[in-house]
Design a binder for this molecule. Structure first.
Ligand SMILES: *[C@@H]1O[C@H](CO)[C@@H](O)[C@H](O)[C@H]1NC(C)=O
Ligand SMILES: *[C@@H]1O[C@H](CO)[C@@H](O)[C@H](O)[C@H]1NC(C)=O
Length: 375
């Protein structure tokens, strides 16, 4: 080396020390929150191509109207009262709104004081509400709110999500996660730990039972029309399972449908042989990659907490299956995200969302094979 020309330490600093320092800093940032600890997911159950439906409509927007309900942000679920011809939906401000299907004018009905998500009618005209802040509620016709249950086995619910009522009066419902609130629910998805539970509430004995634990975000619930089983959706795993409530298999769990083309949210039965599974986030290469990598999910979680996470939600819509869980149709749109429910009323499907300021209303005339048009 020529002593007149001392080695330039600049490049060394830039190529070695600077990135090293940055990595240490980044790691310190990423790992500063010990409570957020992404875990490996059972990828053999998640990976692989999604199931295909015989009917696919990838331009759902073209057949849809956006129904804005004045003052309502995040109409997550839609319950329909056939007698009154009125929709009930819960909004972010705590109000359950009633909307006449005829003119879609919303009217404030009851404020739960929490954040109502899943809604379903009880056997005696009451509305059963999965309220993410308060637990499982019953709201009488004249608007009296009662908390039925808000914990099980000593663990408080943190994100009561969906409910359905069996013919014998038993209420089946989910607590998506006992760790994160609705506001932080993306962190639960990213953490990839089974914090969810599927439960039942007996209105006679007032007993709350945990039926299935360790669920990767326990979401939509529906009782099969023959009262044989209850389907619950497991969001992170892209699947829905069935829990038998009758017969030889009572108390056992089987697959209902897996490898869905995205993460399932609410599931609704339409009374005509089909279940409608809402898909808030469609499958994507980015999301698949993240599911497979706890480290990537840690980075995404860090970005999420600082409101910097890139949007990977797209191709949202509804997936239709028959009574046995066989695919029937898939309606979605690349521009849609966070559709959380699909309730079929006549030849329209009303799609709620926890974040959109509207209900997406899809007109099935001409696109649903064998669709009926009775309301
Ligand atoms: C849907 O709408 C887009 C934009 O308006 C249009 O380009 C496309 O051809 C439409 N698709 C169908 C199937 O009508
Ligand atoms: C649904 O579409 C059909 C065919 O385009 C139309 O006749 C009908 O009025 C539409 N229904 C509603 C509620 O928009």
């Amino acid at each position: 080396m020529n002593p007149a020309n001392p080695p330039n330490r600049g490049p060394l600093l830039l190529t070695l020390i600077f990135p090293l320092l940055l990595s240490v800093l980044a790691a310190a940032f990423l790992y500063q929150d010990a409570s957020f600890a992404p875990a490996p997911l059972p990828m053999d159950a998640i990976a692989g191509p999604p199931v295909a439906a015989p009917v696919v409509l990838g331009e759902m927007r073209n057949s849809s109207e956006f129904v804005h309900l004045e003052g309502c942000l995040g109409p997550e679920d839609v319950a329909y009262d056939h007698g009154e011809k009125v929709i009930y939906t819960g909004c972010e401000d705590g109000w359950i709104r009633k909307v006449r299907v005829e003119d879609l004018v919303p009217e404030k009905w009851v404020n739960t004081g929490g954040r109502p998500l899943g809604l379903v009618f009880g056997l005696h005209g009451e509305v059963i509400v999965a309220d993410t802040l308060l637990g499982l509620l019953s709201v009488t016709k004249d608007g009296q709110v009662e908390v039925l249950t808000d914990e099980a086995e000593g663990v408080k619910f943190k994100l009561t999500d969906a409910a359905d009522v069996a013919a014998d009066g038993t209420i089946y419902f989910t607590d998506a996660t006992h760790k994160y609130s609705l506001r932080d629910s993306t962190l639960d998805l990213l953490e990839g730990r089974p914090n969810g539970r599927f439960l039942s509430y007996d209105p006679v004995t007032k007993e709350t039972k945990v039926l299935v634990r360790d669920i990767y975000f326990a979401n939509g619930v529906v009782v099969s029309p023959d009262q044989e089983f209850v389907v619950y959706c497991e969001t992170v795993m892209n699947r829905c399972k069935k829990y038998y409530i009758k017969g030889e298999k009572e108390g056992t769990v089987e697959n209902f449908i897996d490898h869905l083309p995205g993460m399932p949210d609410n599931i609704r039965y339409d009374g005509e042989g089909h279940y409608w599974i809402a898909i808030p986030v469609g499958r994507s290469a980015a999301w698949d990659l993240a599911l497979g990598s706890p480290f990537l999910r840690r980075i995404l979680g860090f970005l999420e907490k600082h409101s910097l996470r890139p949007k990977i939600e797209s191709d949202s819509g509804v997936f239709v299956v028959d009574l046995k869980g066989n695919p029937v149709a898939h309606y979605y749109d690349p521009s849609f995200s966070m559709i959380s429910s699909g309730t079929k009323i006549g030849n329209q499907v009303y799609c709620g969302s926890p974040t959109n300021p509207y209900i997406v209303c899809m007109n099935l005339t001409g696109i649903l094979p064998g669709g009926s048009s009775s309301v």
